[in-house]
Ligand binder design. Structure first.
Ligand code: GAP
Length: 518
């Protein structure tokens, strides 16, 4: 495993216009990120790849465990739903993190994110205990103070420090002990008001997941289309969580995008569909270049499962080893058997029958047809984070090679690369600019749906290659002094730096073959 520097990745992402801090000229807003020109296209390409492989041609046309083509239809539901949606889903009552505040510094911490340096022998000798947040500057500072106070120290979770000892706790960055408040539940949903009066009756929430919009439209989709269970409803869109400690670049943001499938099936088939989606989704991330040891699938232990998933087929996370989690992993996508929990909750809270009538099940009748069966379908939910996906793709693509004109480059999978190709005249004379402009126009016309084709006539050719390497452009085509006579151009491969010559009238097909390559 090679370790990559997150600082360098973030610097490159800023320098080349992938990701900027939101509202940066006003000092930024913690937990919010904007995508620049290259980042916006990269993100769109990842979202489009998901849409193509989930909605338009699910699983590449491979059959599901029932031997039939997998059916998934799209949906685009609103960010603000009826507030009762979130009561039914359990988010109003339960979607919260316990938090502690520091009265002195006004900092707010997730209770489970704070640790404390205590004396190894348990004897505080009248000195403070030193609280810190791992991975922040407070860790080294507090450790130093603790070692000075006690000699040998050990670190324990704040949760394991008896409440009576909290009066001796020195919070991170605080000067006086005892400034941490009791932990309080903090609901992660952003609140807003619908309408002009802004009273408590008008409270609404920004959705913390796109999933519930799917559940509440399940009946409409069944009634207005020809889908039959088993089938999926998929949507991409923004979700909002007022995370207590947003961090690690875009990994934990307060506004982010999800790509979710709710796949409805009969309870008896849930285990098969769970395995199918789990394996299909791992294969999908691999197909986009997250193929190495940095990707792993982790089945949840039984005690980690949500209450509605306890008796289900399972829950697993697809995880990526981000530079800031290494040697550990961070979640990219969760695949959960949610049983029929959500449909049954909405059925109760909305007082609407959401049962599905399955005419292909039930007792066999003398006329050869089936009696039918009414049931609330079970759900397998593959729920991926688009922003985390982009971050994983950026981290995976980031490569350092001091021997190259660009010591940092991005080896994006060609399908995701925001710039698909670049055309250069070697020098700005002898008919080369005209030939390159013509080739550029031809390529733009063919490839504009999936990304940019750059044209660059400035600087030395090495500098131009370097710029494209940094932007992750997989192929550069150069018109040189031989092009007019031989009707051929040089192609340079980003990953190997190798060059070959191909006929100028083959360039478009040559590129198309490589861009659609798996
Ligand atoms: N409907 C199920 C659900 O929302 P989740 O595990 O809470 O499940 C799904 O979220 C995915 O959304 C995660 O795997 C992650 O990729 C992404 N995600 C969740 N919280 C996020 C945050 N604060 N910032 C960025 N991405 C986040």
């Amino acid at each position: 495993m090679t370790s990559k520097s997150m600082d360098k990745i973030m610097a490159l992402a800023k320098r080349r216009g992938f990701i900027y801090q939101a509202s940066e000229i006003y000092g930024g807003l913690n937990g919010f990120w904007d995508y620049g020109p290259l980042g916006a296209q990269l993100k769109k390409n990842l979202r489009d790849a998901w849409w193509q492989d989930v909605v338009l041609l699910p699983c590449g046309g491979a059959p599901g465990p029932n031997g039939e083509p997998v059916r998934v239809v799209p949906l685009d539901s609103t960010i603000i739903q009826h507030p009762k949606v979130w009561e039914a889903s359990g988010h109003v009552a339960g979607f919260s993190d316990p938090m502690v505040d520091c009265r002195e510094t006004k900092a707010r911490y997730r209770f489970d994110h704070l640790f404390v340096f205590v004396p190894a022998d348990g004897d505080r000798k009248g000195k403070p205990l030193f609280a810190y947040q791992p991975g922040t500057a407070s860790e080294a500072k507090q450790q130093k103070k603790a070692e000075k106070a006690f000699g040998e120290t050990k670190s324990v979770a704040l949760a394991s420090v008896p409440r009576d000892d909290w009066t001796h706790l020195l919070a991170p960055e605080a000067e006086k002990v005892g400034s941490l408040t009791e932990p309080r539940a903090f609901n992660l949903m952003f609140k807003t008001y619908v309408g002009a009066t802004a009273t408590e009756e008008d409270v609404a929430y920004l959705r913390p997941e796109t999933a519930q919009g799917i559940f509440v439209q399940f009946k409409n989709v069944v009634d207005t289309t020809r889908v039959r269970v088993p089938f999926g409803i998929a949507q991409t869109g923004k979700a909002f969580r007022n995370e207590v400690t947003p961090r690690n670049f875009t990994f934990r943001s307060r506004e982010f995008e999800q790509m979710e499938i709710e796949f409805f099936c009969h309870e008896s088939e849930a285990a098969d569909w769970y395995k199918f989606w789990r394996d299909t989704r791992v294969a999908w991330w691999k197909s986009l270049g997250l193929a190495g040891e940095n990707l792993q699938l982790r089945e949840h232990d039984r005690d980690e499962l949500a209450h509605y998933a306890k008796n289900g087929a399972g829950t697993s996370d697809i995880e990526y080893r981000f530079p800031f989690t290494a040697p550990g992993f961070g979640e990219l996508e969760g695949i959960a058997h949610r049983s029929n929990f959500d449909l049954s909750q909405h059925q109760t809270h909305a007082r609407t029958n959401l049962e599905y009538f399955d005419s292909e099940r039930g007792e066999l009748l003398p006329n050869g047809s089936r009696k039918g069966e009414k049931y609330l379908p079970h759900v397998i939910e593959p729920s991926a984070g688009l922003d985390r996906g982009v971050l994983a793709v950026l981290c995976e693509a980031f490569t350092e090679d001091p021997s190259r004109p660009s010591p940092e480059l991005l080896k994006f999978h060609p399908r995701l690369a925001p710039i698909k190709g670049a055309v250069f005249p070697l020098v700005n004379k002898d008919g080369m600019p005209e030939m390159s402009a013509k080739l550029h126009a031809e390529l733009v016309k063919r490839f504009f749906r999936t990304g940019a084709i750059e044209h660059d006539a400035k600087q030395a050719i090495g500098r131009r290659y370097a710029r494209m390497d940094e932007a992750g452009c997989p192929y550069c085509f150069t018109i040189d002094g031989d092009t007019a006579a031989s009707q051929s151009v040089t192609v340079r491969d980003r990953d190997t730096g190798g060059q070959e010559r191909i006929a100028i009238d083959r360039v478009s097909d040559w590129l198309a073959e490589r861009l659609s390559a798996p």
